[in-house]
Write a protein that binds this ligand. Structure first.
Ligand code: AMP
Ligand code: MG
Length: 499
């Protein structure tokens, strides 16, 4: 186990030419303390969990000194934001401290069994950089807590994501609509390359740098690509498939990202840049989690299509390195990959052992009937359905979950028949379903309660919620309240970009 002083650091990105980044140190707050710490995230880089209780830990991190070998930079990138191209964004409030090199690789994408030994240490809210564009370079406590809880919850659900090791709080105010406590989030990820990293060089016609970036990405992050074909075509094909699979996971688990700009899209295909995200509670395909997205551009049901738009932006940025046929062939893989992954995940959620052609229709017909039903609890409770008897299943099993069980009953009969057709065993299916259908997801009202406590200096709510979300598939006696939807009449939280 290592300490901050003995972490093994490198920074391959900092070795790229100056056009790619700015060397910059964090600007610490006048004080800082540990609000939350994830020992599981720390273990990815072999950092001893006892480090978090060392009095100097927070200060040392926010100064990033002395961490031998670390080479802090802000990365340059561009991006399509709500459809419009912004030529220079970059890390305006986050600093890549360096890559911590662990003793052994850790899996970050369970679906594809992808692992990493090197993890970017990324400090969000670390102060101004040359990309700050007049903003303050800071992040507020509430948004750091939300990202912390969400990343660790997504990991536990098996959805590829950046990780969160710590929230570091401060008494220094940060000004948004009102003064709020400032904070920093220490994020870990196998890479912070974004679709927008490529757009940055393409749209400014710096083709040599574009080439260099693509070679760096392939050499560092896609070493197993088939060398027999054009490596750039291989890169695009792989990114396309991973993006499709990521969005399939979001759709299957009811996650709305909120700001699917290309600067927030990871080249490696994991969930990146949590802002006004949300898990769907009462099912509504038009759910918009970002308060400022009035047109619903990034509504839940639009996510697959936005993912495709983002890939088209990436294709444009990579166009000097690809033939038209290579680009078209790669993009053509998107929809089938998303559909196949989504159907597989949903079939698992329904406890179907064997795939049948009619399953697509069964799954497709379910969603319209779930409107207003708690999306997470429906699947969890569905596991207790029995295949015995030919009558409509007792709608009581949905009590408290489905406002209008009649809307679902005909579908349940079909589902029961489908289960019987594969001789599904109730107990086996139940156990299987409970391993993929969470009891606990991050609900806004629980996050809000933990945040309000933390604003008063009590961090126990964040720790308790984190503890629950680490084991989303386990029944956790005594913690039932964390599984419940917000009481009727709870106002929707007002959450928008860049807080
Ligand atoms: P986000 O919405 O957090 O993904 O940020 C979009 C862009 O705005 C990125 O380039 C951020 O670095 C930048 N940005 C967001 N908030 C701030 C801030 N408070 N100070 C400086 N830059 C920011
Ligand atoms: Mg961002």
């Amino acid at each position: 186990m290592r300490t901050l002083d003995t972490l093994q650091f490198d920074n391959t990105y900092a070795r790229l030419p100056e056009a790619f980044h700015q060397a910059v140190f964090p600007t610490p707050y006048s004080d800082s303390c540990v609000v939350a710490f994830s020992p599981e995230a720390a273990s990815l880089i072999d950092l001893a969990p006892t480090e978090a209780s060392r009095p100097e830990f927070a200060r040392q991190l926010t100064l990033s000194l002395p961490m031998p070998g670390s080479w802090p930079i802000a990365q340059a990138y561009a991006g399509h934001q709500f459809g419009s191209f912004v030529p220079e964004l970059g890390d305006g409030r986050a600093i890549l401290l360096g890559e911590a090199v662990g003793a052994q690789p850790h899996v970050w994408n369970r679906y594809r069994n992808l692992s990493a030994r090197r993890w970017d240490l990324h400090l969000k809210g670390a102060g101004r950089t040359r990309f700050s564009r007049g903003f303050d370079g800071r992040a507020v406590l509430r948004s750091c807590i939300r990202e912390y809880l969400a990343s660790e919850a997504m990991e536990a659900l098996g959805i590829p994501t950046s990780r969160a090791m710590a929230v570091l709080g401060s008494r220094d105010p940060v000004f948004r609509e009102t003064p709020e406590p400032g904070a920093m989030l220490l994020r870990l990820a196998p890479s912070h390359l974004r679709f927008g990293s490529f757009e940055y060089f393409y749209h400014s016609r710096r083709l040599e740098e574009l080439h260099q970036l693509a070679d760096y990405a392939i050499g560092t992050h896609f070493p197993t690509l088939d060398r027999g074909e054009s490596p750039y075509a291989g890169l695009l094909r792989e990114v396309t498939l991973r993006t499709a699979e990521l969005i399939a996971h979001w759709q299957a688990y009811g996650f709305t990202h909120g700001v699917m700009n290309t600067d927030n899209f990871s080249l490696l295909g994991f969930t990146l840049d949590y802002g006004p995200f949300g898990f769907i509670e009462a099912f509504n395909p038009g759910h918009v989690s970002n308060h400022s997205d009035h047109a619903g551009v990034y509504a839940f049901a639009n996510q697959p299509q936005v993912g495709f738009f983002n890939l088209q932006c990436l294709v444009r940025a990579l166009s000097p390195l690809l033939t038209r046929e290579e680009a078209e062939e790669a993009l053509a893989g998107y929809e089938p990959a998303l559909g196949q992954c989504y159907l597989g995940l949903m079939a698992d959620r329904l406890g179907l052992l064997h795939r049948r052609p009619e399953d697509e229709e069964l799954i497709g017909d379910l969603l319209p009937r779930l409107e207003g039903v708690d999306y997470t609890l429906f699947f969890r409770e569905l596991a207790s359905l029995s295949t015995a008897g030919q009558a409509a299943p007792d709608p009581l099993f949905l009590s408290g979950i489905a406002p209008a069980p009649d809307a679902i009953s005909p579908w349940l009969l079909r589902y029961q028949a489908r289960l019987r057709a594969e001789a599904s065993d109730d107990a086996t299916r139940r156990a299987h379903m409970n391993r993929v259908n969470p009891r606990f997801i991050l609900r806004n009202h629980h996050a809000q309660q933990a945040i309000e406590l933390a604003m008063q200096g009590d961090y126990s709510g964040v720790a308790s919620l984190h503890e629950v979300l680490r084991r989303p598939f386990d029944e956790q006696p005594g913690r039932e309240a964390y599984s419940r939807p917000a009481p009727a009449g709870t106002p929707a939280p007002v959450i928008s970009c860049s807080s």
